[in-house]
Design a protein around this ligand. Structure first.
Ligand SMILES: Cc1cc2nc3c(=O)[nH]c(=O)nc-3n(C[C@H](O)[C@H](O)[C@H](O)COP(=O)(O)O)c2cc1C
Length: 187
């Protein structure tokens, strides 16, 4: 069974993106999931990144390392990537030559109460990921707009049937993408 790490780009307790992330395991139960926290990472500082890393950084990198693929579920802040997520990706991106992101399959999902589904945030996330040499699932995009109408506030899960169907398809494609990347690496 594949192991998928899920990183949520919001630290908010009632985060819609976390609710979307929490729905993924019930949509596709053919993989194992691990939620990788980013809220305890320090602000990136190269002076702290000299080989004697802090526990939070070591645990974060190890969680990515043991995942066959990573799915990022993130909001958009001011038309771009939330600072906490950028900070986490910067920590994951070093040491540059041996980073845990090199050749890692990555998927990107985003939800917003707004109308545009985190398009601009996802552009910046992809730009950052491109610099890390990971393999982002190409062509398919998973933008969730008006998210407050698509979740159930009691179960705190995604309940909109159409969006569940699209997210299911996205996760299935991502699992196939992990296989494709593994085949590429073996060549
Ligand atoms: C500082 C800030 C900037 C935001 N900028 C955007 C934005 O550019 N586009 C957007 O769709 N939503 C924006 N929002 C609204 C967020 O999409 C909304 O707060 C969302 O619920 C955050 O995700 P979460 O529920 O997972 O925490 C912004 C929110 C904050 C706090």
């Amino acid at each position: 069974m594949k192991r998928i790490g899920i990183i949520v780009g919001s630290l908010r307790e009632n985060s819609f993106n976390r609710m979307i992330a929490n729905t993924i395991p019930e949509l596709v139960d053919s993989a194992k999931y691990e939620y990788i926290s980013i809220g305890n990472l320090p602000l990136y500082n190269a002076d702290l990144d000299r080989g004697e890393e802090l526990d939070a950084v070591v645990h974060f990198r190890e969680a990515i390392q043991r995942s066959d693929g990573i799915i990022i579920v993130s909001p958009e802040y001011n038309s771009g990537i939330p600072g906490v997520l950028k900070n986490a990706l910067d920590w994951a991106s070093t040491p540059t030559k041996t980073s845990v992101l090199i050749h890692k399959p990555v998927g990107v999902v985003g939800a917003t109460p707004g109308a545009k589904g985190t398009i601009l945030s996802q552009q910046q996330i992809r730009q950052t990921l491109d610099a890390t040499q990971c393999y982002v699932l190409p062509s398919q995009k998973m933008y969730i707009s008006q998210v407050m109408d698509k979740i159930d506030s009691d179960s705190r899960k995604l309940t909109d049937e159409t969006t569940r169907k699209y997210l299911h398809r996205y996760i299935q494609s991502f699992i196939q993408w992990i296989d494709q990347v593994q085949r590429l690496s073996e060549q």
